[in-house]
Each structure stands twice: as C-alpha cells, then as structure tokens.
Design a protein around this ligand. Structure first.
Ligand code: KG4
Ligand code: ZN
Length: 348
C-alpha cells in the first residue's frame, strides 16, 4: 500500500474549502472549512463572500490536512483540484493554490470535474466503483443523473434539473417554513415528526407528456411554488402552519421523483448499481426509499457517509488518485477554472 500514490485534492467550487489527502483508495485526511454561516443571513451562498473565505481558509486548511495525514507537502505525488463547475471566483482560488503547489513541488496537476469527484469519493468508503454505474448527484448546486463507465474518462449525462437544484429547493422551502440555512438537514429532522401523505404536492416532470421530452430530467421550482402557495393560504386562514407535515410532504415529493427517475434510468441502461452523492444524499428518507425501491428491482445502492457526500477535498483527491492509477495525462499548468465545465468533461 505504501507505494500507492499520495494525492492531495483541493475543492473550492462553492462554500467549502476542502483539502483531502489519500493514498490509493485510503483516506488519510479530509480537512474542510465552511463559510456557510457567513451566508446564512442571505439565505443562499454569496459568491464574493465565498471567494474571500476560500482565500482566508486555504493555507490553514492545507496545513491541517497535512498534519492530520502526518505528511509533508514534499511527500505528495500529485495534486488534484476542482476546475469546475462552480462559482467562478471560488474555483479560481483553489485552481491558483493547486497550480502554486504543483509548480513549487514540481508534481503533476489534475484539474477535474466536481461532479465526477462526487462519484469517485465512494471508492474511499466502498471500494472500486462498478463499471458501469448510474450516479444520482443531488446538491445545492446540481441535480444530475449520469451514466459512469469510467469515472476518469467516460461520464455521460442522462438528465438534470431544468430549474432549481434539489438542495436549492430544500433550502428555499426551509426558509419559507422559518427553518435555518442550509435547510436540508432541518427539513430532514422536522419531517420525521410529520405526515408525508397529509398534503399531495406536485411531482415535477412525471406527467406522461413531460416524460416524452424529460424522462430523466428534474424540475423543482413548481414544487417550491406549490409549497409557498399552500403555506400562504394556511397563513391567510389564520390557522397555524403544520411545519412538520409540510416538510414531510415536500421531502416526499422530492425523494419520490429522485428515486423513481434514478431507478428508471438504471433499468433503461441495464445498470445494476446506483450511486448517490452530493449534499442531499445525506437525506435519511432519500437513502431509505432509494434502497427499498432499488432492491425491489435487484439494483444495489451505494451512498457514501454524509461527510463525504457534501463538498470536500477528499473527493477531489479520490478522483485524482484514480487518474494517476489509470495513467491519465496530467492537465496543463495553464488550465482554467471553468464555472460551466460540462458534465461529460472529466478533466482539463
Ligand atoms: O454538496 P453540497 O455540500 O454543496 C453543493 O455543492 O451544493 O450540498 C449542500 C446542499 C444544501 O442545499 C443542503 O440543504 C443539502 O445539500 N442537504 C440536505 C441534507 N443535508 C444537506 N438536503 C436534504 N436532506 C439532508 N439531510
Ligand atoms: Zn457538490
């Protein structure tokens, strides 16, 4: 194991400054500094605030990761960094830091896709990825269904949200219900006390007509509006809003569509393994329903532990390590930070 490559990964695409260190598929350190509290009063991530926080957190987070892993920077064999997609200014901080490290240490640099990294991270927990596998990536910034034949080179988008991301919907509905930002974990918690079938909220893009064009796409903005209307009507009537019931019914609507479409895509593609990643993968109802529904079709579900589902540096290191293992050519040192890096481009 000690001759496996030591790879350092840097993630700064949104509001988490992450530095992860892996040796092969073994996680040695996963240091994360989050600026989430600085965004809380705005109810969403403010790009300029995130960029500044990355600048301040970069060096201390790097130092913390090295200390935890018990390594010196000079021990590192390769550097990987999220090159996109994400917030342009935030990505730039990580890419600049990674270039500085690669140049000063004279090590190869891999500028990689954030979404592929969300897939690759599961190897740290559950071992090699089955080829092919179907990935459902759901977070505050993305909601995608991907066919992954090789996480370092062949990722094919099957569908994505046409409006809000799943996590964004959780955050907006939480705000409506007076729950703190980010709302996902709070809705998850509150929903446990609620009745998920008490309100029938719409399931986006599941009508026959929509399925013709958007079979594997998602839409959550209609659902968000339906929840807002329902809450407004209840408030206007003078009756208290049943927060737990609304949270549970909303969560059920999201999770129902996510699991149905993911399983439909897996069956359609003849794939027997579904991997769920991104911050929303921490949702307890999503984990339960996905596993239950997939099992009924003979499909296995893999979900990394919550700390690896949300943005972190370990996922980038995991993908970088796989790049090295599969002999991929490193990126050029003038690689860009690409806020709209296409899903099917794994590496620059
Ligand atoms: O992957 P992530 O850390 O960052 C992005 O790339 O966006 O995901 C953050 C998102 C937030 O929208 C948050 O509300 C959501 O993940 N989230 C959850 C849960 N934990 C985090 N959503 C639903 N249930 C949860 N338990
Ligand atoms: Zn993410």
């Amino acid at each position: 194991m000690s001759n496996e490559p030591l790879v350092l990964g840097i993630e700064t695409s949104c509001d988490e400054t992450g530095v992860g260190i892996v040796r092969g598929h073994t996680l040695l350190a996963d240091a994360v500094a989050s600026s989430v509290e600085e965004h809380a009063r705005f109810g969403g991530v403010v790009p300029e605030v995130a960029s500044r926080a990355h600048l301040e957190a970069m060096v201390p987070t790097l130092e913390r990761a090295c200390e935890t892993a018990g390594i010196a920077l000079s021990d590192v064999d390769a550097i990987a960094v999220t090159a996109g997609p994400g917030l342009a200014g935030a990505l730039l901080v990580g890419v600049a830091a990674a270039k500085a490290l690669a140049i000063s240490l004279d090590k190869p640099l891999y500028g990689v896709n954030h979404l592929s990294a969300h897939v690759a991270v599961d190897q740290l927990e559950h071992g090699p990825l089955p080829d092919p596998c179907l990935a459902l990536l759901v977070s505050g910034g993305h909601s995608s269904l991907l066919r992954v034949d090789d996480v370092t080179s062949s990722v094919t988008p099957l569908g994505a949200t046409i409006d809000d991301a799943a996590g964004e919907a959780f955050d907006k509905v939480a705000r409506l219900l007076g729950l703190p930002f980010p709302g996902g974990p709070h809705i998850d918690r509150v929903a446990r006390e609620g009745n998920a079938v008490s309100i029938d909220f719409p399931r986006g893009l599941t009508a026959r007509r929509d399925l013709e064009r958007h079979r594997f796409d998602f839409s959550f903005s209609g659902l968000k509006t339906a929840v807002a209307r329902w809450v407004e009507a209840r408030e206007a009537s003078g009756e208290p809003v049943p927060v737990a019931d609304v949270a549970a019914a909303f969560q059920e609507a999201v999770v129902d569509v996510l699991t149905r479409k993911a399983i439909d895509a897996a069956v359609d593609q003849g794939i027997e393994d579904i991997l769920i990643g991104g911050g929303v993968a921490a949702n307890s109802r999503l984990r339960f329903l996905a596993t239950e529904r997939a099992a009924a079709k003979g499909i296995r579900v893999r979900v990394p532990r919550p700390g690896l589902c949300t943005d972190n540096g370990a996922m980038v290191a995991a993908l970088g390590s796989e790049m090295v293992a599969r002999g991929r050519v490193p990126s050029a040192l003038d690689l860009p930070a690409d806020s709209s890096m296409p899903v099917d481009r794994v590496q620059f």
